[in-house]
Design a protein around this ligand. Structure first.
Ligand code: NAD
Length: 272
């Protein structure tokens, strides 16, 4: 049975831990870490099979684990991802925006080759990455329009310098239009989807992003338009936000659980 370590005990990390504990993911959760001791202790209290709470994030990959799950923040990726690979462990990463920093991407991708280890990026809050991967060489346009309730956009870096006050928005309002590269920097906890689309498709400078605040929605909606020689794809995903963290969609949590289940189970792989 695979041994898993967990970095980040928030909305995603907790649900992954519970899925392992219930047997849905056939694995053993051996070690966890969160910069908030309270968050780690709260999670351990909910589990039948108690993992060890380690003293710092680097200890997660020093023991006999197969894979470290990162479900914390872009900074956590920058701090520990390389040492996970150097310790010859696989990594499943949720804070994928960190990879739009080209130097981070290059260092980690070289380390995967050097240490023969893999980084897994779940599809997160969207569908269709498999198809975009297939048409990568024929892509001409990728646009993402994300619509969320203003509460789901709160605390984004963007608002430190913008005149827009989220509390005053009473109708659908375009908050941001630009490249995925800019979006990920200004909305780091909100727009991992833009990072995934960039990585799989045209890159972060050519992937266009629009963010809309809508006080009348209770969903996180991602509208994706893809065009090229192959034809066109248009799809929309209306996600229910997680009850503990409205910035994170339920689908992102379920997709992380499925990616880890597949890693731990082996067998027939369906889809591109
Ligand atoms: N790939 C996707 O589609 C997708 C979707 C949703 C969220 N995310 C990303 O996944 C990450 C986790 O999301 P979440 O909803 O569980 O967030 P959350 O805020 O509910 O939980 C994050 C937890 O990580 C801890 N943490 C943050 N930085 C840390 C660090 N440097 N070291 C140790 N612990 C740290 C926090 O204390 C918190 O308990 C976020 O970066 C989020 O942006 C990705």
């Amino acid at each position: 049975m695979k041994k898993i370590a967990l970095l980040g005990c928030g909305a995603i990390g907790s649900q992954i831990a519970l899925a392992i504990d219930s047997g849905k993911i056939p694995a053993q959760l051996t070690q966890i870490y969160d910069q908030s001791k309270e968050a780690s202790e709260k999670l351990v209290s909910k589990l039948k099979n108690k993992p060890t709470i380690v003293e710092n994030s680097h200890l997660l990959s020093s023991g006999p684990v197969d894979l470290v799950v990162e479900a914390a923040s872009q900074q956590a990726v920058k701090d520990v991802a390389l040492s996970v690979l150097q310790n010859r462990k696989d990594l499943m990463m949720m804070s994928v925006g960190a990879l739009l920093d080209e130097s981070v991407f290059e260092i980690l991708s070289d380390a995967c080759k050097e240490f023969s280890k893999n980084i897994y990026l779940p599809s997160g809050a969207i569908a269709g990455l498999d198809a975009i991967k297939s048409v990568k060489d024929e892509l001409e346009l990728v646009t993402l329009t994300t619509t969320k309730h203003p509460n789901s956009l709160k605390d984004a870096k963007f608002f430190e310098t913008s005149d827009i006050s989220l509390d005053k928005i009473d109708t659908q309002t375009i908050i941001f239009e630009g490249t995925a590269s800019e979006a990920v920097k200004l909305f780091p906890a909100n727009i991992n989807v833009a990072a995934l689309l960039s990585l799989v498709g045209l890159g972060s400078q050519k992937t266009k992003v629009k963010i809309i605040a809508d006080p009348n929605t209770d969903k996180n909606t991602h509208q994706i338009e893809v065009k090229g020689k192959f034809g066109e794809m248009n799809y929309s995903i209306q996600n229910v936000p997680d009850s503990t963290n409205p910035k994170t969609s339920r689908l992102a949590i379920l997709s992380s659980i499925e990616t880890l289940r597949k890693y731990c189970s082996g067998g027939i792989t369906i889809g591109t």
